[in-house]
Ligand binder design. Sequence first.
Ligand SMILES: NC(=O)c1ccc[n+]([C@@H]2O[C@H](COP(=O)([O-])OP(=O)(O)OC[C@H]3O[C@@H](n4cnc5c(N)ncnc54)[C@H](O)[C@@H]3O)[C@@H](O)[C@H]2O)c1
Length: 386
Amino acid sequence: MADTKPLNIGLIGYGFMGRAHSNAYRKVNSFFDLQYQPVLKACCARNEEAIQQFAQNWGYESYETDWQTLIARDDIDAIDICAPNHLHCEIAVAAARAGKMILCEKPLARTLAEAEKMCAAVEAAGVPTMVWYNYRRVPAIALAKQLVTEGRVGKPFHYRALYLQDWTIAADVPQGGNTLWRLDLDVAGSGVTGDLLAHSIDTAEWLNGPIQSVSAHTETFVKERIHQETGKMQPVGIDDACMFLAVFENGSMGTFESSRYARGRKNYNTLELNGENGSIYFDLEDHQWLQYFKYADPSTGEKTEDHLTGWQKIHVTNFEHPYMKQWWVPGCTIGYEHTFINACADFLQGLADGTPAEPVFRHGMRTQKICEAVLESARTGRWTDT
Ligand SMILES: NC(=O)c1ccc[n+]([C@@H]2O[C@H](COP(=O)([O-])OP(=O)(O)OC[C@H]3O[C@@H](n4cnc5c(N)ncnc54)[C@H](O)[C@@H]3O)[C@@H](O)[C@H]2O)c1
């Protein structure tokens, strides 16, 4: 479109998220009517051959092998951090000081202290930010938010979240290095708590309000693994599994469970919210559906007739459903990658409106605070306030 404003992107990291975000930048303006248009100006990673190939594959105009050089470039408007967690803080603080907008992958940081530093830097610089908690942009989860807002769940009693995977069960899976940094405490900051439960926590607070206190238990099933960088057997510092109880400010109770030892579970991310007027249930591995149990109409208080009660399985593909009018015709589904395109659209729309798309860094810091409280509770064996 002739009258769009270019937004020059400098993306750091060419792995899983580097690909997901690049795809989003390329497609977003073809599906959403937006004032801003991302321009794939430069991408960055240490390995020159790999980043050159990535730049070519995704259509970046240029590449860098040092993120500081990327940040110093005048022709970059926004830095997108798709690097492992240990780099988020240093990159974000430097980018904020250089006056760049920042889009950062989750978890915002390894620790609350890092997240606070990042938040202070971007707020002092006054730069727009977004944390890629992309599950808020799954249409069925956005519809769940709408149902909660409309009072269809009513007074909440229970929130239940599971996030299960099974890829670290074998004791001979190494830790660290380029491919298994998630198992290295120094790089990741934590195990399933920061990697998986951070998603569940972000969604839970978005749908059900602030968590007040937590009581957690964590386990590390394989205590030592060979480190890919040193070649030596080293202690494993991350949590392989975490379960916690939560009390929400609204008086409801929550249970959260995450593991990378749930045989057969690949990216099993579910949530259920039970309230006085109804319940909602979502499963990421079946993400085009939202399940809703209607007990009573929130506006009239009228109860569903007994013989008609039951769970409704809503296929979230109608034009009336969140994001769906931008995509295909009713009945045709979208996928995982579209959550990043939807998020990107919201960020660009937020720039045009002056109303930042959430979660911004301050929300990411809040999730970090809860992750930290969970880990502290697991260490002390006590309930911990958030
Ligand atoms: N939103 C989500 O659902 C989601 C999913 C996966 C990962 N993530 C997050 O995204 C981030 C990246 O994860 P990933 O799965 O893409 O990891 P990955 O290992 O696939 O990719 C990481 C990239 O960072 C690059 N990198 C490492 N050190 C660097 C440095 N010093 N300078 C420049 N580049 C460097 C690597 O070369 C690699 O390209 C993590 O914070 C992770 O938690 C989020």
